[in-house]
Design a protein around this ligand. Structure first.
Ligand SMILES: O=C(O)[C@@H](CO)OP(=O)(O)O
Length: 250
């Protein structure tokens, strides 16, 4: 027996389309992103994967993607749990900046260090920034010392793992098929943990929008039976992941 986990990055957002660093800014899906989400739901149906429970971040691009995908799969009714620990990586002072302009301004090495290095965060967001979340009611109960001002992937992994163990693992252990709808970097952190990917190798792993990624996990150890999991549409996922990797260079 194995436990089934499905990871789904949100569909294309308005800021993905504009090539802006997004992080904790709560942007909407584009019409294309909504289509991607519905297609993700059809892929689940075709594969006979019926989620029993949904875990999302507090950000509407993930919430709405899951809603659209589950509606398509006839599973809108399943229980939902949401947590800030599944949010996208906080992009600090880069939130709201154009990726191509940032690459141009700071050069490839600095750009890639901020974007993909495991342990170097971008500069902190300024207090009162228009792209900050200090006044956002959804984080009103979050202790100030836990509210990120910037994050590298290592920070994301460290704040995501408590929710993995306390929120998601109990559902897997109960035999539920679990759907996690989240973000490029919160899912990179989870995949790093599941697959035991090194700090160096994770730099080149990119997660495409709206493509369900299925993991069958050993029911005792929760180790993946197939390293890297299986995209339900592998060809489209590989193409879309390459496009994510190339962001900024267009
Ligand atoms: O802007 C962001 O928040 C993320 C995901 O869209 O971007 P990147 O892939 O550059 O880490």
């Amino acid at each position: 027996m194995s436990a089934t986990l499905i990871l789904l990055r949100h569909g294309e957002s308005e800021w993905n389309a504009k090539n802006l660093f997004t992080g904790w800014v709560d942007v909407k899906l584009t019409a294309k992103g909504e289509d991607e989400a519905r297609r993700g739901g059809s892929l689940l149906t075709e594969a006979g994967l019926l989620p029993d429970v949904l875990h999302t971040s507090l950000q509407r691009r993930a919430i709405n993607t899951a809603e659209l995908a589950l509606a398509e799969a006839g599973r809108s009714w399943i229980p939902v749990k949401r947590h800030w620990r599944l949010n996208e990586r906080h992009y600090g002072a880069l939130q709201g900046k154009n990726k191509a302009e940032t690459l141009e301004q700071y050069g490839e090495e600095q750009f890639m260090t901020w974007r993909r290095s495991y342990d170097t965060p971008p500069p902190e967001i300024e207090p009162g920034s228009e792209f900050g979340q200090d006044a956002d009611p959804r984080y009103a109960d979050l202790p100030p010392e836990l509210m990120p001002r910037t994050e590298c992937l290592k920070d994301v992994l460290e704040r995501m793992l408590p929710y993995w163990y306390d929120g998601i693992v109990p559902d897997l252990n109960a035999g539920r098929t679990v759907l996690v709808a989240a973000h490029g970097n919160s899912l990179r952190a989870l995949v790093k943990h599941l697959d035991g990917i090194s700090d160096e190798e994770i730099v080149s792993l990119n997660i495409p929008t709206g493509m369900p990624l299925k993991y069958e996990l050993d029911e005792n150890t929760l180790q993946p039976l197939v390293k890297g999991g299986e995209y339900l549409d592998p060809e489209a996922a590989a193409e879309a992941a390459a496009a994510v990797a190339a962001q900024g260079k267009k």
